[in-house]
Design a protein around this ligand. Sequence first.
Ligand code: ADP
Ligand code: GLC
Length: 488
Amino acid sequence: MTPLRVLAVASEFYPIIKTGGLADVAGALPIALRADGIETRTLVPGYPDVIKALPTAEVLLDWPDFHGGPVRLLGGSHRSLDLLVLDAPHLFARPGNPYLAPDGKDWPDNGVRFAALSRMAADIGQGAIPSFLPDIVHAHDWQAGLAPAYLHYANGPRPGTVMTVHNMAYQGRFPHDMLDAFGLPPESFTMHGVEYYGTISFLKAGLQFADRITTVSPTYAVEIQSDEAGMGLGGLLRERSQVLSGILNGIDTSVWNPEADPYIAARFGANELDSRAANRAALQRQLGLDPSPNALLLGVISRLTWQKGLDLLLDTIATIVGEGMQLALLGTGDRDIEHRYQAAANANQGRIAVVIGYDEALAHLIQAGADALVVPSRFEPCGLTQLCALRYGAVPIVSGVGGLADTVNDVDEADIADGAATGFLFSLGTDEALAAALCRANKSFQDKPGWRQLQLNGMSTDVSWRDRASRYAVLYREVVAARRNDMH
Ligand code: ADP
Ligand code: GLC
């Protein structure tokens, strides 16, 4: 196995800076890839928390003027992740959310910020740091999308490029007149370049120019070739379907390990499933839910956005309460959805508990204590919370889309006894379908041995990165081999 060098480019990474699953992937995939002989360094923006986490970083390069200010490239590591940090105070020395200003709106210079990140990736790809010349530049999401474009238009040899889409809903579109500020040549502004209906689209640029495109589940890879789920880029993805594939995400099974989880009340494994009851009781106590042992306790951990379909779950509150179930929801996002959940909690004390905010510890306790985890997404590229739920014995109740459909097997389609069934799926569309799935789960919950088997089936499902990382390794090697053939 020849070792291969990969420069991953991501705008967030666990555990330093995270708004969603992209950070989890960026933080875990490089480590899993080592077993396949892949050496990864991850280029990230120098947000204040990143700089703080790397006090002994080495200065690898510095420029007096890079996209409007002085920058340095730092090299260091955090835990076992090898990082390259774009220390650009004029772009990234801003605390808080990596994309949003304190007023909740996108930073007005987001285009330049992430063009600079992508440009640095391309420069490293072309040898800016002689000690690390990558075979592959792997761009994650729109923030890294210009990297394959810069490499396409650059002179001289370039590494292979892979573009991974974690979410088609975020495309990074900016006005045409920024072309020069982004350092893109005039000829790039065409339908077969970075142009998207008169604007510059970072995601489109990546999809257009990368050697290979991946997304985070096989079903989403098919869905995004449609006009609707492709969100305007379905045509391009249909054209490039030969180089598009879906590779499921895994989870970091050292962070999400019920046998050694520091955040939960009682640790447990498949052989000590009874210990889960202590987590369930702790969750009910902490959130002010009635201490009833027989109510199906539903959990939710989510961004509260249209994508996640949690407005549909609000419409089932009467069913949840009427059928004697409980709900523990942790989330943050749209103000309107937050307010509606708070109102539902106030009206149903002891039955519905809502925590608005981001809380890592509570997320772990919900996975360990809830009987079931609900993910009613309208679309879901992969989804990680249902994977954690499987590992923690919280039975997933999910809509049958994207990665949810690929990772949960419905009890009516698969057998519980032979280990295949792991949860409940429902067809998207109406809140009635979701309510029906909740009622099906509630009925199954009354059959204690059957429910226990369902939990054990989930807990024995492989949700780790092991095999999934190997698929990226194979893909990288294919790209390198294909480029070598092209050159001969
Ligand atoms: P997305 O990336 O679309 O938000 P994923 O399911 O892929 O969805 O990843 C979400 C990640 O963020 C998971 O690790 C989940 O546990 C975490 N998460 C989401 N909301 C919260 C919250 N309010 N508090 C703590 N963790 C959260
Ligand atoms: C995105 C998607 C989510 C996926 C995550 C990591 O945020 O919404 O489904 O799991 O990226 O790939």
